[in-house]
Design a protein around this ligand. Sequence first.
Ligand SMILES: Nc1nc2c(ncn2[C@@H]2O[C@H](COP(=O)(O)OP(=O)(O)OP(=O)(O)O)[C@@H](O)[C@H]2O)c(=O)[nH]1
Ligand SMILES: [Mg+2]
Length: 335
Amino acid sequence: LDRQIQSWIDLLCSGDARALARAISTVENRGPGWVALLKALFPHTGRARVIGITGPPGAGKSTLVDRLAKLYRKMKNPSPSRQARGFDGAPDDDRYRVGIIAVDPTSPYTGGAILGDRIRMQDHFADPGIYIRSMATRGSLGGLARTTADVTTVLDAAGRDLILIETVGVGQDEIDIVRLADITVVILVPGMGDDVQMIKAGIMEIADIFVINKSDRDGAERVEREIRALQMLAARHDGWTPPIVKTVASEGRGVTELAAAVAAYDSYLEKEGRALKKRVENWQERLVEMLRDVMLEKARAHFGDGSMARLATEIAEHKLDPYTVVEEIAARVAK
Ligand SMILES: Nc1nc2c(ncn2[C@@H]2O[C@H](COP(=O)(O)OP(=O)(O)OP(=O)(O)O)[C@@H](O)[C@H]2O)c(=O)[nH]1
Ligand SMILES: [Mg+2]
């Protein structure tokens, strides 16, 4: 099995798209050997920049991600991680290679592989330098945020220099997902009304860059003023003031400016070890989650799902107290 995994990984690291797809499926479905695979892949990771892109439904996230990916494909990567290794037969190996994870997507991309079997046959005409994966599985086995993190690991190992993660910015899952990003872009649009309240609540504080998309519509200035007002109220601890970039994604306007803002934040991160610090914070949270998963799984294996229900019944009927139950389960799992 070890040798099998090794040759699989060699294929994957050389940029083979089929090996990549298989690895992602294995990780996503928690299929046989998924932990062994991630363990083996981890040493090959840490090079990719992960960019989280979030915002309300229909804000133009997919359109913008698509434009951004195509722009990066035209840009020379100053430090290509796998020089001249022949990437899927693509001659432009010195360009950025992009991976896109679309979480719960509703609209398709045109850049690389496209969502859904219906249009998957277009793969042949697409740029192998853009790999797109959709994750539409709510309540996925590992939890959406953790699965997304693991898929990011796979893409990183596969030599994707930039990984763009699109999520609809609504729930805790989405906030967790953008937390695993190095750079978080929050997209707003004019005329959101009450949505701004939602944005204020959680998303506001995670934005490294703001985008006002659909700036061809009335009200872009007003959104900009609102963001500035909120920024005055709550300055970031690290001293970074998130820039505001106006875009019209459907026409490709402002995309170069967005890439410049990303680059600016990237160099800011590189200073004073900020990137590392952020990753330490991310890992601290992820470690706790991973531990919780493993412990829970052990507890479940020990008792079986049915006995959890039985214990719950006995607690509800006050025949048992929950504190003792948890103590006993923990003691058994620890053995
Ligand atoms: N007027 C205008 N329309 C845009 C702009 N950007 C995107 N759109 C349109 O807005 C619609 C939604 O765009 P998507 O890119 O699918 O938006 P999304 O945020 O990915 O949507 P969900 O994934 O469903 O949340 C599409 O019809 C786009 O063509 C823009 O800058 N101006
Ligand atoms: Mg979308």
